[in-house]
Each structure stands twice: as C-alpha cells, then as structure tokens.
Ligand binder design. Structure first.
Ligand code: DI6
Ligand code: FE
Length: 409
C-alpha cells in the first residue's frame, strides 16, 4: 500500500464476505482498513498494518465492519399506493385476481403516468432514505410502471436524478415488459414490438438503464415474448435479468440461463433442472422473501438445491407498492432465514457479495478487499449473526460510500 492514505479505520472486526478467506463471513478479527480515494487499499489484521499516515483515523471501538449492503431488486419509483388492494387481498381476493380485474400493477401504472417527475422524486425519497439508513450503499431501481415511452423514460430519469442527489450508488433497470398496458389489450405481441423497437433503443440512447428486466409469468409475458426482449437488450449491449417463476413454472429460468442472464428473481417454482441450468450459466438467484410473505405464498424456492449447486443467492426487498411495500433490507435478511431457511451468514452474503453478482458489479463491490470500492457499514454488534436476527434497533454506527462518510438524513 501507499504510505499515506485518506482514511484509516482501526480496532474493528471485519466481516469481509471474501470467499477466499476462511469462515462463512471471511472474518478478520482486530482488523484495520485503509482507504484512498474511493477504494480500499489495505485490509487485514491490525498487527500486520504497514507503517502509514492517514488524513483521518477512526477508532472502530471493537465494532464490526461489513461491506455496504446492496438492495439488488427494487421498484421504488412509483406513483400512488395500493392500500385498498391490500384490504381486498385480506378479504380473500388473490394477487392474480386483483391484477386480472385491472388493479395490481396497472393501478400503479395509472398513478405513475399521472404523476409529475417531481412528484415521483419526492415520493421516492423517503423509501431511498429508509434503505440508506440501514446501511444500504447500492440500490437497483427498475422502471415498469410506465409501459409507454414517455413514462418509462420519466421513471428512469427520476432514478438517475436520485443518484445525483444522494450519496448512494444507484443502478437502473428498464422493466418495460412488466405488464400489458390497457391500450394494447389483446395485442401483447405489438406491445413487445414497441418495447424492443422503441422503448429499449430510446432508453439505451439516453443511457438511462444499466440492465433490462422482464416479467415472464402467466399474468404477464410468455417465454417467446421475453426471448424477443432479451434479444433486443443484448443487441443494445444491456445485460438481462428476469422475474421468473414467482407464481407458476413457465420455463423462464431455463430461457434466462440460455441467454446468460445476470439473475433470475423470485423463482419459487423452479425445478432441479432449472437450478442446474443456472449453475451452468453462472446466473444468480434473487430471493424476495418480502413478496413471498406479503402474498402469503406457500411454495419456498428450492434453497437446498441452489446451495448444493453453488448458485449465488442474493436477497432483496422487491420494494414495490403491491407485493412488497416494505423498505427494509434488514427485515428481508431476517425473513430469508425464518421463511426460506438461509443461515445468517448466507443472509449477509445475500445482501452483499451475491447481490453484487446479481447486478454484475462483483468486480467492484460486495466484499471488503483491497482494490474494491470502500462502501462499508460499521455496526455496534458482537457478532455478524446479529444482522439477520435483530431488526429495528440495530442500526449502523457509520456508513461509508466510496470512502466518504455519509448520512441519509
Ligand atoms: N414482480 C413483483 O414482485 C413486482 N413486479 C413483478 O413483476 C410486483 C409489482 C406490483 O405488484 O406492483
Ligand atoms: Fe419485482
């Protein structure tokens, strides 16, 4: 390392999540971390720290340092709310029934089309801050409540604007193939043409998206239709992600794996064959226990097969007004253990290293290692097992994004 660094954190334990280090957390007890610019330049046992001077020294007081958390699947820019639909579902209507009756995603589409960009921005801010205050330093935000060119662009521009004003990394994903807009009723193939020929090229031209997603499900788009979206995305050099097999087995996961997708999301209904295809293509699983909980699903994703096949299991909020209006990634960690059977260490990997894999950014984030970005959270806890166990009161003492100390406000 250089002899001089910008920031030196000593007297901490580091849950590095580096898989090349021993233990489920890649833990380094009594560690030191040196940061220059936006990167970690040295991390290891404090007694091995080379002689150096630092502009700023922080005494970690024996607390635990983790990689900044990564929420790799959100729909947090949207208009309106769906509290009325929540009450209907509590009364016995299913998510699919509400959707087929013109509610669900389409009700949020109406509200998002009607909202101004400023309005969407103001409504998104508290959701973003809630995540940031929990130590989330990277957030993916999808469009998909516009379903027309102007509104898809409006949502993505709002997401980019949030990134300019808040000290957090934001990646954006175009999910124009989320639902069939009412003006295309009975003409799904025509809408897919609009997505492929107009919406995605316009989004790419303005560099508004880092990836393309689609909802491949019986209530949304077929495998054949999604294949066209994938082809268009790859043609524009945009990586793909797929909402797959949340409500039924459709073959979406194998389609995504064939295309080399970064990730498949939800996947409650996948089979052993699908898991093998994911392992082969290096496609990550994104588990969304908050949507499972909200929709009172009973079918659990095949965790044991995913684990045995070594498929990275990311965990995310799916923050959205319908199937998961819950802005807490820490609660999702807890749910992933209680509802899906992950270990606390798998839960932390799910919101750090594996979430970075699902976003295609594992070369720069998700692990504490020299050369990677200094996105970190310092936690007043005695063991990293507490992160999946305690919700609400356990908050980060310090959060760093790109080496800078931040507060969400
Ligand atoms: N799956 C989801 O969980 C969200 N979208 C999707 O394709 C739900 C979106 C909503 O209900 O508004
Ligand atoms: Fe989603």
């Amino acid at each position: 390392m250089t002899e001089r660094c910008d920031l030196l954190i000593t007297n901490v334990h580091a849950a590095t999540m580096d898989p090349s280090l021993p233990g489920a957390y890649g833990a380094v007890e009594d560690a030191a971390v040196a940061v220059t610019g936006n990167k970690i330049v040295w991390i290891g046992p404090r007694r091995e720290l080379p002689d150096c001077t630092a502009d700023q020294v922080i005494d970690g007081e024996g607390q635990w340092l983790t990689p900044g958390l990564i929420d790799c699947h959100t729909h947090l820019v949207y208009g309106g709310h769906r509290a009325g639909e929540f009450a209907r579902r509590l009364g016995g209507e299913s998510y699919e029934e509400v959707a087929r009756a013109g509610g669900g995603i389409l009700s949020t589409v109406r509200a998002t089309r009607a909202a101004s960009a400023d309005d969407l921005y103001r409504k998104a801010e508290p959701r973003l801050k809630a995540l940031m205050n929990e130590g989330v330093t990277t957030i993916e935000i999808k469009s998909g409540y516009g379903l027309d060119l102007d509104t898809e662009l409006k949502q993505l521009r709002v997401a980019r604007r949030l990134a300019q004003h808040y000290p957090v990394n934001i990646l954006t994903t175009c999910l124009a193939a989320h639902a069939l807009p009412p003006e295309y009723d009975g003409r799904a193939d025509d809408y897919i043409d609009l997505v492929c020929n107009e919406i995605l090229p316009a989004v790419a031209k303005e560099q508004l998206a880092d990836a393309v997603d689609m909802f491949c499900e019986n209530i949304a788009f077929s495998v054949e239709q999604c294949e066209k979206v994938i082809e268009a995305a790859l043609h524009l050099d945009l990586p793909v992600k797929v909402h797959a097999e949340q409500l039924a087995a459709t073959g979406a996961t194998r389609m995504a794996a064939r295309a080399g997708a970064l990730s498949v999301e939800h996947i409650e209904y996948i089979t052993a064959e699908d898991v093998a295809a994911m392992a082969e293509s290096g496609t990550a699983a994104v588990l969304l226990p908050g949507a499972f909980y909200t929709l009172k699903e009973t079918r659990v994703p095949p965790i044991e097969s995913l684990r045995a096949a070594g498929v990275p299991m990311a965990i995310s909020t799916d923050l959205n007004p319908g199937s998961c209006p819950i802005a807490s990634l820490r609660l999702m960690m807890n749910m992933s253990c209680n509802l899906f059977g992950l270990t606390p260490a798998e839960a932390l990997a799910g919101v750090t290293r594996s979430a970075a894999r699902a976003l295609g950014i594992c070369c720069s984030r998700g692990v504490l290692r020299a050369g990677l970005r200094a996105d970190m959270a310092l936690w007043p806890m005695e063991t990293p097992d507490q992160l999946a166990y305690e919700v609400g009161a356990l908050r980060p003492a310090e959060i760093f994004v790109g080496g800078h100390h931040v507060t969400a406000g």
